[in-house]
Design a protein around this ligand. Sequence first.
Ligand SMILES: Nc1nc2c(ncn2[C@@H]2O[C@H](COP(=O)(O)OP(=O)(O)O)[C@@H](O)[C@H]2O)c(=O)[nH]1
Ligand SMILES: [Mg+2]
Length: 360
Amino acid sequence: MGLSCGLIGISGCGKTTIFNAITAAGVSSFGVTEMNHSIVKVPDERFKKLVDMYHPRKQVPATLDVVDIPGLKPDGNNSGGSGFKQLGHIKNVEALLHVVRCFEDQSVPYGYDTVNPVRDIETVDLELMAADSITLKNKIERMTKKAKAGDKDAAREVTICEKVLAALEQGIPARRQEFTQHELNSLYECNLVSLKPVLYVANVKSLDSGNKHVAALTGYAQNEKADVVVISGKDEAEISQLASEDRPEFLKELGLQESSMERLLNTANKMLKMVTFFTVGEDEVRAWNCKKGDKAPQAAGKIHTDMEKGFVRMEVIHYNDLMELGSEDAVAKSGKQHLEGKEYEVQDGDIVVVRFNKSK
Ligand SMILES: Nc1nc2c(ncn2[C@@H]2O[C@H](COP(=O)(O)OP(=O)(O)O)[C@@H](O)[C@H]2O)c(=O)[nH]1
Ligand SMILES: [Mg+2]
């Protein structure tokens, strides 16, 4: 399963347009209430090279789930947690691509008279925080009852939730609060939406430098150590509809080396600390994703749950060594193949074989 990202932002900021640019889906921009969903292949040079080397019968690149979550309409009445009717969809994604309108165009309807990225981000964050407040209050209520019955763990959970709630009430989204690992574990089941990592997408009319809205957004994002990707949504959505061989020329005209999708995905992968590893062979070359720090059995579990349960060991060579030395045999002879156990952290570019006991 791929990683999932949700496009969020105020109605009219360009989410659907950017969804089209990323997925080349060609979805109508005016179906405001429709939720669009697409699975996109993550572009990866290494994957292509492995396919060239093995000529497998089947090739499966890593994928990313992209969801276009219908937005928030600013009507001055959005602070009660009701703006995002689609909140459930936000709960289901692992990362948020927050699209921020940075283009001025009176002809494109928008809830506000002016363009103001910081105001827009704060409006959306208020919504996310309102939803989290409800989640936390519910948990506090449940845990308080247990605590009264003498459950010490529940009492500690109440303390943690109250701390987060107090900070939310001061306007600090959970992702900007500091937590110990213990606190994070305790909050895990709450699935707080304001804790999800955010990548800001500045939607501009043209990629010329000197857009003051982009500058404001970038300044804001720096404060929370978030990344910003600048996209000319409309132009790139149009380019994504062209035949793939024609796209590079038009991208070049915009002054771009790679498409917005590639820039977005690369930045999102970095933000989410994703690790790509591979399985190779004549049958199949396949790319997999896990999180940085995942141990070998967890990573093997992405391939098959049996591999996690019955994990014995992992045989690993690195992509770079394979490319440098030309074959698996050569890598093995050079002593660069290694056998790893349950404590091994899978590295980006690892090519693995999992040995495991089949469950009965
Ligand atoms: N001028 C201009 N219009 C854009 C740009 N991006 C999107 N739009 C237009 O803005 C309108 C709203 O975009 P849409 O993607 O539907 O926004 P959503 O409500 O966030 O999904 C559409 O009419 C788009 O054509 C842009 O970069 N420049
Ligand atoms: Mg839309």
